[in-house]
Design a protein around this ligand. Structure first.
Ligand code: WTA
Length: 632
C-alpha cells in the first residue's frame, strides 16, 4: 500500500526527494500495484516533440488493481454507495466482490457485442452505478471509454462520437434529476441520426423503465445483454502506455479536444494523490459530488478511490432537490467522512441561507475538499465554519482534465492552509511561473503564467487523432514546459494561489467553456453576423457568459431574438453554455488588423467602464461608447 505523508516536515522531505530522484520516487509508488510484467524504465520524456512514456513496457490492467486485488481483504466492504435522486429511495450498494462480478459480466457483454481492445465506447449516462460499472468493464477488456456529460446536446454528443469513431454508445433510458424527468436515450437517437455511422450498438440501461422508441437494428437492452453473462472475465493485458480513456474538454480555439490518458501512469498518480490529498483511512466514507462526465468524477469517484480500496459515494441528484439541505442530509445519513465539492455549489448553498445547514449532524466529517475553480475567501470560511465545525481541513485542489490528477493542493490536515490558496505542489510535480516571454520567475512574491517543467505520471499524452494540436496547445507557448492556461501567484512562503485562466476559456460553475465554441454556436442563428463572447465575474457561478452579438438588419423584437439565440446555443452545445447576458450591438471594437479587442469587452462586461484604457488606436473607436451605453 501507498505510504501516506503524515506531517508537513515529512511532506517537505518527500517533495525534495521526488525532485532529486523522480524515477526512484515514482518506482516506489508503482511497486505497490499489481503488474503483470514490471516496467523496464520509469520514464522517458521529450516535451519538445511531445513524447511522454511512464513505466515503459510495463504490463497491467487497472481493473485488477481496482477490484481483484481487494477481493481477499475487502471483498465484503462497500465499494460503491449509491444515493438516488429520490431521497426516500433505498441506497444501492456494491461490495468489492459484487462490483467485481458486475464489471466482469458487463465486460463479457461488451465482448459478446463485438467490442475489442482499442475500440472506443461512448457513454451518455447519468449518475447510476451502471455508469461506473461499464466504464470499468471497458478498462477490463482494453476498450477506450469516452464519457460525455449527459447534459450536452445531441449535436455536441454526435461531434464527440464522430471524432473518436465510437463503436458503441452506452446510455440510460431516462433520468430523474431533481424534479425533472429527462429523456436520455432520445438524445442518443438524435445524435445517431446526425450521421454517427461508426456506432454499431446502443446499449440501453433501464433506469426508470418508461416506454421509449427502440430500434432493434442497433439498440440492445442492458439487462438482456449483461445479466446472463459469466461473472469471470480475464483482464486484458495492457501496456502501461495503452490508451485508457478519452475525455473531451474545451480549449480557447475550435472544437473540444479529446484528452487522452493512458493506463499505467494514470493508475499510479490517481491512487497516490487520492490517498495523500484526502488522507483516507479504512472505514471512511468518501463523497465527491462531481459527475463522472468530468475528469473529477473519473479520477476521484471511480479510479482513485477504488484503487485505494475506499468506499466511494455516487450521487444521482442535485444539491437543491428536494431542497437546499440535500447535501447536508446526505452527509448525516451516510456518515460521510470526506466531502469534495465545487465552490459554485458552496456559494449557491450559502446564498440559500443558514437554515439549511442548521440542525444537521456533521460529526462524521473529517476532511473537506474543493475543486474546479478558485474558491473565494467568503465561501472558504463559510464551508469551514458551517460544514467543518470551524476546524476541518479544506483541500483546495488545483488540477485539470489534462493533468489527470490533483497537482497543487494541501494534503488535508498536513499542509498549513490559507483561504483561496491551493498551497503546494504534490510530490513529483514541479510547477513554475513564467512571464509573457517565457522567462521563469524565480523567488517568491511573483505572479505569472503557470507551467509545469517535469512530467508527472498522469500528464496528457495526446489529443485524440491530432497529436500536433496537443503539442501546439500545451507545449509550444513556452517550449520545454507544459503550459496550463492558468495564471498564478507564489507568495513569500512559496505557496501558490491560482488566479484563473489567461486564455479564452471561461470557467462557469466549474465547467470549462471555450468562448470560440459559444461564438460558433451563436453564429449559427441565421440573423447573426458576428459575435464575441467573454467571461465576467458572477457571484454564484464564478464566471458568467457575456455575449456581444451583431445582427443583420434591424431586430424588431429583441427579447424574441435573444430567446432564439439562447435556443441555438442549447441545441448546438447544451444548456450549460447558454450566455447569462446577451447585448445586441452594431459593431465590435477591432484593432487595425481586424482583431476583436476582447480586453475592452471584458471590462464592459465586468462593469469596469472607467478603466478601458486607450481606445483611440482602434479601427472603430466610436463603437466603444455605444457598447458602454448598452451594457447589461
Ligand atoms: C480551474 C477540473 C482555481 C483552472 C479539475 C483549471 C481551479 C481548470 C481549481 C480546469 C482550483 C480547477 N483553484 N482554479 N482549485 N481547480 N481550476 O479541466 O482554471 O474541468 O485550468 O478540470 O479549472 O478545469 P477542468
Amino acid at each position: 500500500m501507498t505510504k501516506v505523508i503524515k506531517s508537513f516536515d515529512e511532506y517537505k522531505e518527500v517533495y525534495q526527494r521526488s525532485v532529486e530522484d523522480p524515477e526512484g520516487f515514482w518506482a516506489e509508488q508503482a511497486e505497490t500495484f499489481t503488474w503483470q510484467k514490471k516496467w523496464d524504465k520509469v520514464v522517458e520524456w521529450d516535451f519538445h516533440n511531445l513524447d511522454v512514456k511512464w513505466f515503459v513496457n510495463g504490463k497491467m490492467n487497472i481493473t485488477e488493481n481496482c477490484l481483484d486485488r481487494h477481493l481477499a481483504d475487502r471483498g465484503d466492504q462497500t465499494a460503491i454507495l449509491w444515493e438516488a435522486n429520490d431521497p426516500k429511495a433505498p441506497n444501492k450498494t456494491y461490495t468489492y466482490r459484487q462490483l467485481y462480478e458486475a464489471v466482469n459480466r458487463t465486460a463479457n457483454a461488451l465482448k459478446a457485442n463485438g467490442i475489442q481492445k482499442g475500440d472506443r465506447v461512448c457513454f451518455y449516462m447519468p449518475m447510476v452505478p451502471e455508469l461506473a460499472i461499464a466504464v470499468l468493464a471497458c478498462a477490463r477488456i482494453g476498450a477506450v471509454h469516452s464519457v460525455v456529460f449527459a447534459g450536452f446536446s445531441a449535436s455536441a454528443l454526435a461531434d464527440r462520437i464522430k471524432d473518436s469513431e465510437c463503436k458503441m454508445v452506452i446510455c440510460s433510458d431516462f433520468n430523474d434529476r431533481g424534479a425533472k424527468h429527462i429523456p436520455v436515450k432520445a438524445v442518443v437517437d438524435e445524435a445517431i441520426a446526425l450521421g454517427c455511422d461508426s456506432v454499431k450498438t446502443v446499449l440501453v440501461h433501464q433506469s426508470t423503465g418508461d416506454p421509449l422508441a427502440f430500434n432493434s437494428a442497433i439498440d440492445k437492452w442492458w439487462h438482456e445483454e449483461v445479466d446472463h453473462q459469466s461473472a469471470e472475465c480475464p483482464a486484458e493485458q495492457m501496456d502501461a502506455e495503452d490508451m485508457l480513456f478519452i475525455l473531451y474538454t474545451s480549449g480557447s480555439t475550435g472544437k473540444p479536444k479529446g484528452v487522452v490518458h493512458t493506463c499505467g501512469g494514470y493508475m499510479v498518480y490517481t491512487a497516490y494523490s487520492f490517498k495523500n490529498v484526502f488522507q483516507y483511512d479504512d472505514g471512511d466514507i468518501y463523497w465527491c459530488t462531481a459527475d463522472i462526465g468530468w475528469i473529477t468524477g473519473h479520477s476521484y469517484i471511480v479510479y482513485g478511490p477504488l484503487l485505494a480500496g475506499a468506499t466511494t459515494v455516487m450521487f444521482e441528484g442535485v444539491p437543491t432537490y428536494p431542497d437546499a439541505a440535500r447535501f447536508w442530509q446526505t452527509i448525516e445519513k451516510l456518515k460521510v467522512t470526506h466531502f469534495y465539492t465545487a465552490p459554485t455549489a458552496i456559494r449557491a448553498l450559502m446564498a440559500m441561507g443558514d437554515q439549511y445547514t442548521e440542525g444537521h449532524d456533521f460529526s462524521s466529517l473529517k476532511v473537506l475538499g474543493s475543486v474546479g475553480e478558485p474558491i473565494n475567501e467568503e465561501a472558504w470560511h463559510w464551508y469551514q465554519d458551517k460544514i467543518g465545525g470551524g476546524k476541518l481541513p479544506i483541500a483546495d485542489t488545483w488540477w485539470q482534465t489534462e493533468t489527470g490528477g490533483i497537482l497543487i493542493t494541501p494534503l488535508a490536515g498536513v499542509t498549513p492552509t490559507i483561504p483561496s490558496y491551493a498551497t503546494f505542489p504534490m510530490p513529483g510535480v514541479q510547477p513554475c511561473l513564467v512571464d509573457t516571454n517565457g522567462v521563469e520567475l524565480e523567488g517568491d512574491n511573483v505572479e505569472g503564467m503557470l507551467c509545469i517543467k517535469y512530467p508527472w505520471p498522469s500528464i496528457i499524452r495526446t489529443t485524440y487523432g491530432d497529436h500536433e494540436r496537443c503539442k501546439q496547445t500545451y507545449f509550444s507557448t513556452f517550449p520545454g514546459k507544459y503550459f496550463t492556461g492558468d495564471g498564478a501567484r507564489r507568495d513569500h512562503d512559496g505557496m501558490y494561489r491560482i488566479i484563473g485562466r489567461v486564455d479564452d476559456v471561461i470557467n462557469v460553475s466549474g465547467h470549462r467553456i471555450g468562448t470560440a465554441e459559444v461564438e460558433n454556436a451563436i453564429n449559427q442563428h441565421p440573423q447573426v453576423v458576428e459575435s464575441a463572447v467573454v467571461g465576467y465575474p458572477h457571484d454564484i457561478k464564478g464566471q458568467g457568459i457575456y455575449a456581444y452579438v451583431i445582427a443583420t438588419g434591424v431586430i424588431s423584437d429583441e427579447q424574441q431574438f435573444i430567446k432564439e439565440v439562447l435556443a441555438v446555443v442549447t441545441k448546438v452545445i447544451g444548456p450549460i453554455a447558454k450566455p447569462d447576458k446577451i447585448q445586441v450591438v452594431t459593431g465590435l471594437p477591432k484593432t487595425r488588423s481586424g482583431k476583436i479587442m476582447r480586453r475592452i469587452l471584458r471590462k464592459v462586461a465586468a462593469g469596469e467602464t472607467d478603466s478601458l484604457g486607450d481606445t483611440s488606436t482602434l479601427l472603430n473607436p466610436e463603437i466603444v461608447e455605444e457598447i458602454k451605453t448598452g451594457a447589461k
